[in-house]
Structure formats: structure tokens, C-alpha cells
Design a protein around this ligand. Structure first.
Ligand code: MG
Length: 399
């Protein structure tokens, strides 16, 4: 590329960036007060790293064009593990102070219209809070969410401090990009912990918008407990069903709900043909709204020839965990004349619970015949139907 083309490419990139709204997530802190032996932004919250929850809140917001982190140089491996698969800009490396880290992030962004600077340790940031900050930037160079002070305040000597005019300041703090970059470059207050304060000191107008108690900063161990409780209460119930059939063929045993049962036939199947586990797998995938067993494990794929079906069920459960969800209950009904299921029922419940890490009380196994009617009545094959009840985070339209 010649110099002219380079200049044109740079101008195009700058003009593209000039309209951007960028979320800059400050994750360079060492905060280990919360426990767990690693910086709090990498600790798990509801089965997912705090940082990844925070990032996804911005990535799925329709008004954010780019999301970038500032991270500690020692945390590259933690960052890679926590952000695997997320469409992020290359992270900036933080410096010794928060102010230095934010400046490094702003410099790395390069060009944008607006920037939201947000603490990585505030994962429960609602779309509406982001919207309030962005809306306020239409009329101000900066905007910060604030909350009133409810408790009585006093100094260490007991002297009361009036609450009038006092607010608690949260993030995301929004700014017109050029204004906050200039303010940071000019600041001599190396220990500034708050971008709004730094902006005000530089003479920028900073608007207040209503904050959100849910967007609390995770600092102490009890903050994690409170956030876990909030997440659990925010889960929604989803139910899915599954159905599966396999024809009997030559053989002397079948796999059913993870157990090998002696039988006067085998089943015709690409995998081990376990109708119980196949129906349960489809029920879980159904509750997730994530395709079916055939789309995850195509019968044309040689990898699944003769495969043990507990791997399919465990994979479905893994998908639930990756969404931050939990399996509440499973119920499967085996439909056949033979083999008799009753004598194996409790062992089947235990096996399914074991595959999924559930308690036996969360798994139901039932059986019925079809009164000698139809293909199961003629003993030509075996069927199963299942229901799965999950609780998963609501991931609907952020608007
Ligand atoms: Mg099947």
C-alpha cells in the first residue's frame, strides 16, 4: 500500500470511528478483597466470570458499536479464558493507577464519538441504565448515574454529615470521546478514581442520571452473595419436550437411560440407540431453544457411530451451564411392551442424575405400554418421550 492509500485508509477508518459509541471496560484492578484468590473481575458469578457477564451486557446493547477492555498485564491468560469467543477489540494494557489505565484505554480506542467508561466489577448493568447515560450525552459532554444516600452519615469522630447534596456515583460514565480524552491527557491528578470528577475538574459539564441499585460494584464477599441471589431471582423458567423412537433389530441387549439391559433384540441406530437419553437430550435442547440432537450430533458424522449417549446428554447440560442456567427437573416416559422397565427404574434415575450432576429427586423415570397397539405394541421398536424444566437467564430483546 502506498502512502496515499495508507492516508485514505486511515481517513476512512477515522471517519468510521468518528460516529462510534465505544464501551471501555476497566478491568485492570487487582481487587482480591472479594476472596476466591484471583482478581474479582475473573471470579465466577452464577457459573460465569464477572468480566464476561459485564462484557456481554454491552455487546448485546444495540447502541454500542465496540467493546474494549483495559486489563492488567499479568492477566492475559485469565482474560483470554474469560472472553473466549466474544467479539471484542484488542485489549489495552493498564498502568499502575486507575487514571493511567483509563487513559491507556482511551488512547487505544483512538477515535470515537462517545465512550462509556465502566467498572468490570459491575456485571449487572441493565440496558435501561446504559440508555439513560447515552441519552444524556445528547445535551452534555458527560453523564453519570447517581443514587441517593439513604443511611445517616457521620465522620470518624461521630460528627454528623448532612446527606443533602450527596450522591453515590456509579458507572457506566459516558462522555463525548474527544472531551474526556483531552481531560485525561491534561490531568495531573494521578490518583483520580472517578472519570466524572476528573471531567468536572477539567471544566466539562457532567449531567446526573438516575442510577440503578442492581448495578452495584462487587467488592466484598457478601456483594457476590447478593449478586448471586439477584441473578437467581432473575432466571426465567423454560420447558422443553423430546421424543425418540428406535426399531428393534438383531442383538441381545439394548441401552436404556444409560443402562445396558438384556433383551431378545438390539436396536437399529447410528449411536447406541438409547431412546431415553435421546428424548431427554432433545427436551433440554428444546428448553434452550437450541436445535435438536440431530443438529448437534448429525447421524451422518462418523464420530457418533456407536457413541454412548451419555455424551449427548452431558453436552446438552453443558450448554445449559454455559448460559448460566440450571436444570430444575427431568421427566422421561419409556414406551414399550418389553423389556420391563420397573425393576430398573431407580437405577435409571440414579444413572441420569449422575450424568448430569443432579440429585435423584430431580429425575423421574416412568414407563407405559401401548396396550398391544401400534409399533410398540407389536414389539417392533421402543419409544421415549421426555420433558425438561430449566431456569435460564432471560436473553430477550434488550430494548
Ligand atoms: Mg435416537
Amino acid at each position: 500500500m502506498d502512502a496515499g492509500a495508507l492516508a485514505r485508509a486511515r481517513a476512512a477508518a477515522l471517519s468510521a470511528g468518528a460516529m462510534d459509541t465505544v464501551a471501555l471496560i476497566v478491568a485492570a484492578g487487582r481487587g482480591v478483597r472479594a476472596g476466591g484468590g484471583l482478581p474479582k473481575q475473573y471470579r465466577a458469578l452464577g457459573g460465569e466470570p464477572v468480566l464476561s457477564r459485564t462484557l456481554r451486557a454491552f455487546l448485546r446493547h444495540g447502541r454500542i458499536d465496540r467493546v474494549m477492555c483495559v486489563i492488567h498485564p499479568d492477566d492475559l491468560a485469565l482474560y483470554a479464558a474469560a472472553t473466549h469467543g466474544l467479539p471484542l477489540a484488542q485489549p489495552a494494557l493498564g498502568r499502575a493507577t486507575r487514571q493511567g489505565s483509563v487513559l491507556a484505554g482511551l488512547e487505544a480506542i483512538g477515535c470515537a464519538a462517545r465512550v462509556l467508561i465502566h467498572d468490570a466489577a459491575r456485571p449487572l448493568v441493565a440496558p435501561a441504565l446504559i440508555d439513560r447515560v447515552l441519552d444524556a450525552l445528547d445535551d452534555s459532554l458527560g453523564a453519570v448515574p447517581v443514587l441517593p444516600v439513604a443511611d445517616t452519615l457521620c465522620r470518624v469522630d461521630g460528627a454528623p454529615v448532612g446527606r443533602d447534596g450527596l450522591y453515590r456515583v456509579q458507572t457506566p460514565q459516558g462522555f463525548r470521546f474527544d472531551a474526556i480524552l483531552s481531560a485525561h491527557r491534561a490531568s495531573t491528578d494521578d490518583l483520580a478514581t472517578d472519570d466524572a470528577g476528573l471531567a468536572r475538574a477539567a471544566g466539562l459539564d457532567v449531567a446526573f442520571v438516575p442510577g440503578d441499585e442492581t448495578a452495584m460494584k462487587l467488592t466484598e464477599p457478601h456483594d457476590f452473595l447478593r449478586a448471586e441471589a439477584l441473578l437467581a431471582s432473575a432466571l426465567v423458567t423454560r420447558m422443553g419436550t423430546g421424543f425418540d423412537v428406535h426399531a428393534f433389530g438383531p442383538g441381545d441387549h439394548i441401552m436404556l437411560c444409560g443402562l445396558k439391559l438384556n433383551h431378545d433384540h438390539g436396536v437399529l441406530a447410528h449411536s447406541d440407540g438409547d431412546v431415553g437419553l435421546h428424548a431427554l437430550t432433545d427436551a433440554i435442547l428444546g428448553a434452550l431453544g437450541d436445535g435438536d440432537i440431530g443438529s448437534h450430533f448429525p447421524p451422518t458424522d462418523e464420530r457418533w457411530r456407536g457413541a454412548a449417549s451419555d455424551a449427548f446428554l452431558a453436552h446438552a447440560a453443558q450448554l445449559v451451564a454455559e448460559r448460566g442456567g440450571v436444570i430444575d427437573h427431568l421427566d422421561v416416559t419409556i414406551i414399550c411392551e418389553r423389556p420391563k422397565v420397573g425393576p430398573h427404574r431407580e437405577a435409571m434415575r440414579a444413572r441420569i442424575a449422575d450424568i448430569l450432576g443432579l440429585s435423584v429427586a430431580q429425575v423421574s423415570v416412568k414407563a407405559t405400554t401401548t396396550e398391544a397397539l401400534g409399533f410398540t405394541g407389536r414389539r417392533e421398536g421402543i419409544a421415549a418421550q421426555a420433558a425438561a424444566t430449566l431456569r435460564v437467564p432471560f436473553e430477550g430483546d434488550p430494548a
